[in-house]
Ligand binder design. Structure first.
Ligand code: SF4
Ligand code: SF4
Length: 384
């Protein structure tokens, strides 16, 4: 995994918000609430499930019908197709709420649930709150750029959450090598005495929730209850509380050694991966493969015919690795470096071995000098 352009072209979030079509996966248990050929407004309800959770339209335009030519996590999925009229029309502008700290606990939790700003359970009676501003993958910059661009909104929202949920202790964790944000947050956090900045060492996989918590708290403190929100959750919560609008956009790192202009992009949920790449990337070498959600820990896609959903954080286009897997040389590195103290080589060779503690960080595959791919043999948690 050489020559990755970890440096991004600039420190702005770029926009690609006008795809010709969006593709909304019709997941199991959802019913379609719109007719073919009907007009939809941005924020209209498109799909609903039995728990009354809705999927909203990211654009205004016309419902074209369904397609099953796209993949979601390498599995075929039927999508509702909306053709963009590029008007961004909404039925009713709901205005902006002035003080987000005025919400009651149940109002706050209901809004977050209704508009699916975060999957985190805020009913949890927790003493501690952790804001995770550290990118999950070493080559992602999504969280870092969010903090850089929206630190004021993020701090305001965290302060409101602390007050509404009556949290005793809040840590805002960022990477100590994230220089812009260290300076930026250090100079603004004084206005928020309830939030403490915590600088964490730049060691992978510190952005994973389990590893971060083990570095921040003792097991006794963890037993008292900790809520962890990453900065994407906080930014989504800000949007939902301030504007009472669903989350329709996604901020994504696009990088890899085939991309000449690595960047962080804001795009509509439902954009096809092919459209996003075509309209944002200068490709240096078009013989690439695609990985989503982390170069080290992510999933290799079988096709660019995939769709951007709200759980996509990053996309990497990387040239094929010509070096092939060879026999294990018993160096012991995979066992030594596993942050969960597992023995990946043993797990690979013993199908009944306990792999429940694996956090799928991908470090064992990344560091193995024999290029052994452990990913198909590991289980465990897909943590946020
Ligand atoms: S087994 Fe591999 S993927 Fe799982 S936690 Fe250990 S290093 Fe990470
Ligand atoms: S890191 Fe690779 S070569 Fe080294 S012991 Fe583990 S599997 Fe074998």
């Amino acid at each position: 995994m050489k020559n990755i352009k970890n440096e991004l072209s600039d420190n702005k979030i770029h926009d690609y918000l006008n795809p010709d079509y969006v593709y909304i996966p019709i997941l199991d248990g959802y019913r379609i609430d719109v007719e073919e050929n009907s007009k939809v407004y941005k924020e209209d309800i498109l799909l609903t499930n039995k728990d009354d959770l809705h999927i909203y339209s990211p654009i205004s335009g016309k419902v074209i019908g369904k397609t099953s030519s796209l993949l979601l996590k390498n599995k075929q999925v039927t999508c509702l197709v909306i053709e963009n009229d590029f008007k961004e029309s909404v039925r009713k502008n709901k205005g902006v709420v002035r003080y987000i700290s005025d919400y009651s606990k149940s109002e706050l939790i209901d809004l977050i649930k209704t508009y699916q700003a975060s999957k985190v359970n805020l009913y949890n009676k927790a003493t501690h709150l952790v804001i995770n501003g550290i990118d999950k993958d070493a080559y992602e910059k999504t969280r870092s750029y969010l903090v850089n661009e929206y630190s004021d909104k993020i701090l305001e929202t965290v302060d409101a959450i602390i007050n509404v949920l009556d949290i005793k202790d809040t840590l805002f964790a960022i990477n100590n090598s994230d220089t812009n944000n260290v300076l930026n947050l250090s100079s603004h956090i004084g206005t928020y005495p309830n939030i403490k900045l915590k600088l964490m060492p730049d060691t992978y996989p510190i952005g994973f929730k389990t590893i971060l918590l083990n570095n921040l708290y003792s097991s006794k403190q963890l037993d008292e209850g900790v809520i962890v929100l990453n900065v994407e959750d906080v930014y989504n919560i800000y949007t939902v509380l301030k504007r009472k609008k669903p989350i329709l956009e996604k901020i994504i790192t696009i990088s890899g050694n085939s991309v000449e202009n690595s960047m962080v992009v804001r795009t509509k949920i439902g954009t096809s991966l092919q459209d996003l790449i075509t309209h944002t990337c200068k490709i240096g070498n078009d013989k690439y493969y695609v990985v989503v959600n982390g170069l080290i820990s992510g999933l290799t896609l079988e096709s660019l015919n995939s769709v951007i959903t709200n759980d996509v954080r990053s996309i990497f286009l990387n040239t094929e690795d010509v070096q092939k897997e060879v026999a294990c040389i018993n160096c012991g590195l995979c066992n030594l470096k596993c942050p969960m103290h597992l023995n990946p080589k043993y797990i690979k060779e013993h199908s009944k071995a306990d792999k429940s503690k694996c956090i799928k960080c991908g470090l064992c595959t990344y560091i193995c000098p024999s290029r052994i791919n452990f990913k198909p043999y590991l289980g465990g948690n897909d943590e946020e």
